[in-house]
Write a protein that binds this ligand. Structure first.
Ligand SMILES: Cc1cc2nc3c(=O)[nH]c(=O)nc-3n(C[C@H](O)[C@H](O)[C@H](O)COP(=O)(O)OP(=O)(O)OC[C@H]3O[C@@H](n4cnc5c(N)ncnc54)[C@H](O)[C@@H]3O)c2cc1C
Length: 416
């Protein structure tokens, strides 16, 4: 692991404009302050509240807020949620397609849902609302953090309106967040770009995609996706290629090649206008810190590089950070153990998916052939059962046998 450890008691560490201190929220010194209210931050908050900590959570956006995301949850992500999704479910699918673009269509099936669809604003808002019922949470939205300081054993966190003081800090503020810039404990090995559009079905003249599909090679070093969700479709492109140009034109060419037809020119123009690109930091290498600060989710660059899946990694790293905060508060543990505690269920996947993504996206047609012929059984059965990616690889022989005994299925056909 490169770089020095952040040490306790080495004098102040500050970031941002620290002059002109606004008033504190209360005289309270919070046990934990969480920056960000996506799945990572809210998972850390829920866990810390359950353990009896007094928590403050800040988000720069007003809730419910929009988060560009396809909202596809794998079974491990569903299991990592603090409670059942219930009415938030926008569709479940026991089949999905992994296609070689303009090559072979492969439909994989399992006896239970492989993908559960949600709308991210609804999911994130539900997690926040559940936590807000708890008396020991102070939740502040519409208050971006502007500056951070670690001084005399406390974090001093400033917004434009106030300063909050806390003993421990969780950075769950996503890609390019201020906490990871102030405490550079995670090094992203790369970044993916992702663009997404949410299309109303009524904007389309047809319904060309019956199940979630991933079209590998539809964009250089990446894939195109279509996720059906009730009356909407999430469509987009994910790519590891650097500086890819004409992304909007590529997305609409992809939709055209998938057979999408618009109900009217106005509907198409409206879809073209609502277009934005986003980055997903990947392959995060995490350093231990004796200053009690924990990066979770995209702030730590923990997402899966092969698929861009990041909700599970945010929920799970948030839970682990919250549990460790509680033990540190009781004097039973040190924040320096955070990377080791993330290893089995988060960092191993972050690392393996990053390593494999290079080879996979260099020759997606070849990689998909290997998947179709050998690896699909353990990966589909393992994923369907809620296993992490690295656990699927490590337990491949056992999962292969289990898959043969159940109705895990595969159908292939050529795409015309
Ligand atoms: C187009 C797209 C599609 C995706 N599709 C999927 C998918 O289908 N399935 C999946 O699993 N993953 C998907 N991902 C990845 C997933 O969205 C992220 O990995 C996940 O949102 C990370 O959660 P998080 O809690 O770490 O951060 P976020 O959800 O990004 O939350 C960070 C929060 O911090 C707040 N914040 C930022 N700066 C500050 C500040 N200075 N002060 C206060 N608050 C601040 C933001 O307002 C935000 O609410 C997708 C990503 C993209 C871009």
């Amino acid at each position: 692991m490169r770089g020095p450890r952040l040490q306790r008691g080495r004098g102040p560490l500050s970031f941002g404009h620290t002059a002109g201190v606004p008033p504190t929220l209360t005289n309270e010194v919070f046990d934990l302050l969480v920056v960000g209210a996506g799945p990572g931050g809210s998972s850390a908050v829920a866990t810390a509240l359950r353990a009896g900590l007094a928590v403050a959570q800040l988000d720069g956006a007003r809730f419910p807020r929009v988060k560009p995301c396809a909202g596809g949850l794998t079974p491990k992500a569903v299991h990592a949620l603090p409670r059942e999704l219930g009415v938030l479910v926008r569709g479940t699918f026991a089949e999905f397609e992994f296609n070689a673009w303009r090559g072979t269509r492969t439909v994989f099936g399992f006896r239970a849902p492989l993908l559960t669809m949600v709308a991210r604003p609804e999911l994130d808002n539900r997690l926040v609302e559940d936590n807000r019922r708890h008396a020991r949470l102070s939740f502040l939205d519409g208050e971006p953090v502007r500056a951070l300081e670690w001084r005399e054993g406390r974090f001093h966190v400033r917004t434009e309106r106030r300063e909050l003081v806390a003993r421990q800090l969780v950075g769950a503020d996503g890609a390019n967040g201020i906490v990871a810039r102030a405490f550079p404990l995670a090094e992203a090995r790369g970044r993916a770009a992702a663009v997404e559009l949410v299309l109303a079905r009524e904007a389309l003249a047809n319904d060309p995609v019956p199940r979630p599909c991933f079209d590998f090679g539809a964009v250089p070093r990446g894939y195109g996706w279509v996720f059906p969700k009730d009356r909407e479709l999430s469509v987009g492109l994910y790519t590891l290629a650097r500086g890819l140009k004409d992304v909007r034109a590529r997305l609409f060419a992809y939709l055209g090649a998938k057979g999408f037809r618009w109900r009217s020119a106005a509907a198409e123009a409206e879809a073209r206008a609502s277009f934005e690109a986003h980055t997903i930091p990947l392959g995060g290498r995490l350093r231990a810190s004796e200053v009690p600060v924990y990066l979770v989710g995209d702030a730590g660059a923990f997402a899966d590089a092969l698929t861009g899946e990041g909700i599970y990694h945010a929920l799970e790293s948030g839970r682990i950070a919250g549990e460790l905060c509680a033990r540190v508060a009781r004097g039973e543990s040190s924040s320096a153990s955070y990377p080791a505690e993330l290893e089995r269920t988060v960092l191993r996947d972050t690392r393996w998916s990053w390593r494999l993504s290079g080879a996979f996206y260099r020759r997606p047609d070849l990689a998909l052939r290997v998947l179709r012929h050998t690896l699909w059984r353990p990966l589909v059965h393992g994923t369907g059962s809620g296993a992490t990616f690295s656990a699927c690889l490590a337990r491949a022989p056992r999962l292969w046998l289990a898959a043969r005994r159940t109705r895990s299925a595969k159908r292939t056909s050529e795409i015309g």
